[in-house]
Write a protein that binds this ligand. Structure first.
Ligand SMILES: Nc1ncnc2c1ncn2[C@@H]1O[C@H](COP(=O)(O)OP(=O)(O)OP(=O)(O)O)[C@@H](O)[C@H]1O
Ligand SMILES: [Mg+2]
Length: 370
């Protein structure tokens, strides 16, 4: 059992002169797989290192398993950390690397042997137990690093960008291995990455961080469908959500979004929060994959057809990524079409207002639509 609670945790460096984390409060549940995601320098590793006890906490309280750990030494926290660099001992065999921490704890040899072989069999590294780390591939080394954490039977696994040294194919493979490992071990995992795809595919819940502040903490599905602000909307999803400035107008009883010679009726389900923005400009967000190729003949009442000129067209299998300009905004549409589209072509694209998001221009926060 190991829930983790941050209560108004702050982290300052340089004798308090540099604040990296101003005030962090959130809960990780027991057995949960939580991913911390955000741009470089936003404080992900610092947050993880505070859980590990590798960084002091400047202010606030941190609980692991309902016990305040502010002053508990790393070795007494019952956690294991896996780093990007693997940090294996180069002069020791794989077996010894995995056994090392247990030996320090003076665990009986037989028990150590059982644990090492148990972890090695789950991770499929049994054939390499006698090899030195330098004789292993990146993926195999990463598995040894995981194995070394597993044998300690920790309450919490902390992983800091463990896959970033691997090539794309191996990364995808290891991603599912780690997810399976989490299911099998039934332990709390806290995983740091700046790769939103990794976060989306692995996490039960994701913490989106920016400059030491949590922008949103929610399930992958919720972050995607109901981003709290433009930062989250732009960070989650690839390619990035398109942002287009538009004017909210009212005709008869309906609201409309007007932008760059286009007008789109806003469905009643999204109108409530937008009422007070009448005759003001807001940001319309639409995901590239929610734009489709217009083939005519549809009821387009709550959508609009955009005549776009493709600046670039990338064919990616069954889909084309079309880059185009819309007023002041550079946009991308990822559409499924049989037609061959080349740079310079005119294409008709369909924006569906039912899948649109709206944001306040000043605060960048999502405008509540229901
Ligand atoms: N020992 C330190 N002294 C001063 N500043 C530090 C120290 N360690 C980290 N920082 C600063 O704290 C901020 C957060 O760093 P952190 O390593 O947590 O970022 P990160 O989100 O893990 O980034 P990345 O994705 O690049 O690994 C950065 O601006 C960094 O420069
Ligand atoms: Mg980091």
């Amino acid at each position: 059992m190991a829930a983790i609670q941050f209560r108004n945790v702050a982290k300052r460096f340089d004798n308090g002169k540099v604040t990296v984390i101003p005030d962090l409060t959130f809960d990780i549940k027991d057995k949960e797989f939580v991913v911390l995601v955000g741009p470089s320098g936003c404080g992900k590793s610092t947050t993880l290192r505070m859980i590990a006890g590798l960084e002091d906490i400047s202010d606030g309280e941190l609980f692991i398993d309902n016990k305040k750990v502010n002053d508990v030494a790393p070795k007494d926290r019952d956690i294991a950390m896996v780093f990007q660099s693997y940090a294996l001992y180069p002069h020791m065999s794989v077996y010894k690397n995995m056994a090392f921490a247990l030996k320090l704890r003076k665990m009986p040899k037989k028990e150590i042997d059982e644990k090492v072989r148990w972890a090695a069999s789950i991770l499929e590294i049994e054939p390499y137990l006698d090899r030195k780390p330098r004789a292993l591939s990146g993926g195999q080394r990463q598995r040894v690093a995981l194995g070394r954490a597993m044998v300690r039977n920790p309450k919490v696994f902390l992983l800091d960008e463990p896959l970033s040294n691997l090539d794309a194919k191996l990364r995808t493979e290891m991603r599912s291995q780690i997810t399976m490992l989490h299911k099998r071990l039934q332990t709390t995992f806290v995983y740091v990455t700046h790769d939103q795809t990794e976060a989306m595919t692995m996490a039960d819940r994701i913490v989106v961080m920016d400059k030491g502040v949590i922008r949103q903490f929610d399930t992958p599905q919720k972050l995607y469908s109901e981003p709290a602000d433009m930062f989250v909307a732009g960070f989650i999803g690839s390619p990035r959500m398109n942002f287009i400035e538009c004017m909210i107008t009212k005709k008869k009883d309906a609201l409309y979004a007007e932008f760059a010679d286009h007008i789109m009726r806003i469905p009643a389900s999204k109108s409530k929060g937008l009422e007070k923005y009448e005759n003001r400009s807001v940001i319309l967000g639409i995901r590239p994959e929610e734009i489709s190729a217009y083939s005519g003949g549809l009821n387009v009442q709550e959508s609009c057809v955009i005549n776009a000129k493709a600046d670039i067209a990338e064919m990616t299998g069954g889909q084309v990524n079309i880059y185009f300009e819309l007023g002041e905004s550079r946009c991308i549409a990822c559409v499924k079409t049989e037609r061959k589209i080349s740079a310079g072509d005119e294409v008709k694209l369909l924006f569906d207002c039912n899948s649109a998001h709206f944001f306040d221009k000043e605060t960048t926060k999502a405008i509540a639509c229901v």
